[in-house]
Design a binder for this molecule. Sequence first.
Ligand code: GDP
Length: 455
Amino acid sequence: MPIDDTIAAISTPIGRGGIGIVRVSGPLAKNIAEKAFVSKSGKEPGHFQLRYGQVMDGGNVLDEALLSFMEGPHSYTAQDMVEFSCHGGFASVRSILELVVRLGARLAEPGEFTKRAYLNGRIDLSQAEAVLELIDAKTKHAQLGASGRLSGSLSRKVKSSRDRILGLQARIEVSLDFPEYDDEAVSSEDILEACLDVRKDLGSLIESFDRGRLLDEGLKVAIAGRPNVGKSSLLNALVNEDRAIVADLPGTTRDVLSEFIHLGGMPLKIMDTAGIRQSRDAVELLGVGKSMQAVRDADLVLYVVDSSMGITDDDRRVWELVKAKPALGAANKSDLDVKPGFLEACAEIGIRFISMNAKDGEGLGELKDAIQEMFFTGGIEAGADEVFVNIRQKAGLDKALKSVDAAVAGARANVSPDLISIDLADAYKSLGLIIGEEASDDLVDKIFADFCVGK
Ligand code: GDP
């Protein structure tokens, strides 16, 4: 897509609403506004000014509107921009967009305004992603994280690591090119120290990924166990409302139901799964397939067993399916007599079991505490200067970390600095991908494809 033509789009959601905005960016923006808009005062808006008037299509008044003008490069896209703030709804914004297109603009692709901001160097790629993340933010945490990244919190950290890598490379170059300057020479210890410093910063950014995801989306918890051990009852007890069907018939819970609860400020998405077991019933099998998916997606499995029945062969089969995941055991039906040998069988399984009675909620507090201990030992609230990365950024950081690790190993083994320099160059490049300095067109297109039209 060229960036020197003029684009236009409706930037507000389509549908009934008080205000709708048609946005135009590019060299023709001002000219289009002059043709389409007649201001009440007879004056055109100056840079960052608003004018009140009418949008005119020939002799027809399309709407009353406010026209704003932002002159490039001091605008969202860094080009000349105008915005028509007219009445919301379907017809008005649409007719103004059609008019603007007739006057020389073309319809913008999704995310094209933000893409122009990036291509014109006003923001980097991580900031462009933050725009999308801010639009998509559903929690306060997600919102604050995205707005921090939009203002460059991640960019600054990445640039600082890159600068240090570049500085180190420069010192290596100098000592290779001018070996006679002994006092400038860079030792393996110097390299090691500098690399470990960068490594620490990359490590904490990488760690922020899981924590950020938990804070944004909540912890995914799957309740798993053979039929009739009390999974639905446990879900009910946890959410304290009767959404799951509690039945005496084995295998009646066929869908994966999910509910959100809050645990000390952290959202928990709890998924009840259909009884995982061998079944000839096609509908039930479907449920079982979904259950396995829920288990695979989960951050934590609550493995429910019936303490009055002991650990049965079915229980063991379920355990085989879920044991790869972090798990807590719920030894349910504690109101009934415990089957002899049950505790020994639990110990054999090797996870922590909490004795509980899902019917009257006994043991729930202990279960919640145990979840909290497992996941949130560091506290749930995010620190003000914590930067959370997305999955693409994490991949770039992982790659950079690998290269820095190779440099660390090289320095420890006293490898020649020019070889270490190759690893450093790789790390520098991987970090560049995060802010878009080394990004291919394909990658950039892929990132902007997720945007909405008009942003
Ligand atoms: P699921 O198939 O694993 O989802 O199990 P349900 O939650 O449907 O429970 C199966 C049966 O066990 C129902 O009759 C429940 O009322 C009963 N049940 C669940 N929890 C307890 C408990 O802690 N004590 C007793 N005595 N019965 C329970």
